[in-house]
Structure formats: structure tokens, C-alpha cells
Design a protein around this ligand. Structure first.
Ligand code: 6GU
Length: 322
């Protein structure tokens, strides 16, 4: 997978190099490139925003900068061809500080856009092949052979977007290319998003019901959620099969040694060695936690008779319960 991020704060994306994502980059599972939007500005002030038509507070990011930026990132041309993939923090440590031309604000100027994954070089097949970006099936980017739409996925983080969920993360984890367009200020001129649909499949998404200053932190959140689902990234294959949300329930509590700590004991059942009993207990704890914290999640969960019994024990289905 290749991830491109376009932002006016490239340094914000430095954490992408660490931990899980750094490991994935190191293993050649993914490439990440961060692009400074101001590379596409036209004036000495490197302006990227202007006041909103119709009045009101704040500034809107201009289409005349975003349009060419997204064109170049789709095709990996212009300034987008120069943005080196992020090196991992580990690689930096190994090489020592101040190696080959590190960029002023962390977007990197070293090397070429290759990572050994053999994936680069065929983005944006749909470029110029059509004029409509809408719909699936045979649109621009349809390679004709597989019928698959191979245009990269453009993700625009915005509090006005559709909710980003575990399901979204799973769906994106099989993509070849994700491009994130980080807006700041009041947002990006809507025509940018509408026009980008000619070269990309586009999704506007939100990570929750609160307002962030810009999309950068949301990109870190989403990238981590997506990348950990790519096979080979997490050490233990089974570990995300038991995640909260994977079965629609919240995960219950977990324990490790010592068996007694500050007088607090680990639940006996976990020491019983009876796996069926342990599984049942974990299911019960998940149900209890879910009904207490996120009762609305239960609407989408298949519950058997035993599950319902446990839930009723928590007041579920009564007038004061959920
Ligand atoms: Cl994805 N972006 C911004 N700017 N604010 C948000 C958000 C995203 N999700 C919730 N708030």
C-alpha cells in the first residue's frame, strides 16, 4: 500500500514513521509520502486560502492550489514526484543524525519515490480518459480487464464527513493507494472535492463528533487503524480478530501477572484452564461493558438466549435499561 498525505503542516505527520507504521514501511509493506501543499501555491507568500464567498468567519482553502496538487499526487508528477517516502525513525537512528538533505519541516527531500515494493509507477490510470468521476463500474480508471476501478482513493477528513469506523478501516486496508487531503481553516473549496472525482474515488470522512483544527491528526488516527489490519503488520495474526468492534461488541477487561496485586485478584475463571468457560466469561464481560457504555451497538449484534439472559441481568430491555 502507498499512502500520500497533502498538508500545510508536513511535520504533523512525522508520527507516521514510528511504531506500527514505521515497521510496515521497513518491511516494505507500505510507502508513505507527505507533500507540502504550499509547493503548489503561486505567489511569494505561498498563499493557500482566501475569504469565503457569502461571507462569514475564517478562511477557505483555494481550488487553484488544491486542484493541481491533487492532479500531481494522482499521477506522481510535478512536486509530488519529488516528495520522498518517509524514512522510518529506525532508519534514521541507524544512519545517525543529519543524513542526506533532510527537509526543513520533515517532508523529506531524500532519494526517489521507490520503496522496493514494486508498486509505484502505475497510479492514475484514469487520467484524462474520461470526464465523469461518479459511480462505480466502468468509469475512468476502470482497467477494462478486471472491471475494477483502480483510481486511487482520495480521503478528505472533515467533521462533516461520513463516520470512519472499523468497517471503513477494513475496507481501506485492501487498497493499493490512499491519498489524504488535509484541510485547515474552515475547509477546502467544495469544487476541489467534486473535481477530484474525475481522477479518484472520493470519500469525505469524520473520526467523531467533535471538531479538530485540521485533518492531520485524523489522518494519523485513520492510517493507524488501517495499517494494523494489513497482513504482516501486526505480529500476532489473531490479535485483531478479538478487537473491540470486530464482533460488534466492546472488548472486556484483561489481566496478567501477578495473580494478586494490591489485594486485587484476577477473576478465578481465567485461572481455571477451562477454555470454554473462559470464552463464555469473556463474552459476558463484553456484553456487560457494551450495554453499559455503548448500548446502541447491541442493535447490530446477533444475540443468543444466553446473551440475552446476561444482558437482562444488567437491566437491558427494562424501562430504565437501554
Ligand atoms: Cl476527519 N477532520 C477535522 N478537521 N475535524 C474532525 C474530523 C476530521 N473528525 C472529527 N472532527
Amino acid at each position: 500500500m502507498r499512502i500520500d498525505v497533502v498538508t500545510i503542516f508536513p511535520g504533523y505527520l512525522d508520527p507516521l514513521r514510528h511504531a506500527l507504521l514505521g515497521k510496515a514501511i521497513e518491511r516494505g509493506i507500505m510507502t508513505v509520502a507527505v507533500h507540502d501543499l504550499r509547493s503548489w501555491s503561486h505567489d511569494v507568500h505561498r498563499t493557500v486560502d482566501d475569504s469565503p464567498f457569502g461571507g462569514g468567519p475564517g478562511m477557505v482553502m483555494v481550488p487553484t492550489v488544491w486542484g493541481p496538487a491533487l492532479d500531481d499526487v494522482a499521477a506522481l508528477t510535478g512536486p509530488a514526484a519529488e516528495s520522498a517516502p518517509l524514512e522510518t525513525a529506525l532508519a534514521h537512528k541507524a544512519a545517525g543524525p543529519a543524513v542526506a538533505g533532510s527537509g526543513a519541516d520533515g517532508d523529506g527531500t531524500t532519494g526517489s519515490v521507490t520503496d522496493g515494493s514494486g508498486r509505484e509507477g502505475d497510479p492514475g490510470e484514469g487520467d484524462g480518459s474520461g470526464t465523469t468521476g461518479s459511480g462505480s463500474g466502468s468509469g475512468p480508471g476502470d482497467d477494462g480487464a478486471t472491471g475494477r476501478d483502480d483510481r486511487p482513493l482520495l480521503i478528505v477528513p472533515t467533521p462533516a464527513g461520513a463516520p470512519f469506523t472499523q468497517e471503513t478501516a477494513a475496507r481501506w486496508s485492501t487498497e493499493d493507494r490512499l491519498v489524504f487531503a488535509c484541510g485547515r481553516y474552515e475547509g477546502i473549496d467544495q469544487r476541489v472535492v467534486d473535481d477530484a472525482a474525475e481522477r479518484y474515488r472520493v470519500e469525505e470522512v469524520s473520526i467523531g463528533d467533535y471538531v479538530l483544527i485540521g485533518g492531520e491528526v485524523a489522518v494519523l488516527v485513520m492510517a493507524e487503524a488501517v495499517v494494523r489490519l494489513i497482513p504482516g503488520v501486526l505480529g500476532n495474526r489473531a490479535s485483531h480478530e478479538e478487537d473491540s468492534f470486530q464482533d460488534g461488541l466492546l472488548e472486556g477487561p484483561c489481566y496478567t501477572r501477578p495473580r494478586v496485586w494490591r489485594g486485587r485478584e484476577v477473576p478465578d475463571v481465567l485461572l481455571s484452564g477451562d477454555h470454554a468457560k473462559v470464552d463464555r466469561w469473556r463474552r459476558d464481560e463484553s456484553l456487560r461493558r457494551t450495554v453499559a457504555r455503548r448500548p446502541e451497538l447491541l442493535d447490530a449484534v446477533e444475540l443468543d438466549r444466553r446473551d440475552r439472559e446476561v444482558l437482562r441481568g444488567e437491566g437491558w430491555g427494562t424501562s430504565d435499561g437501554a
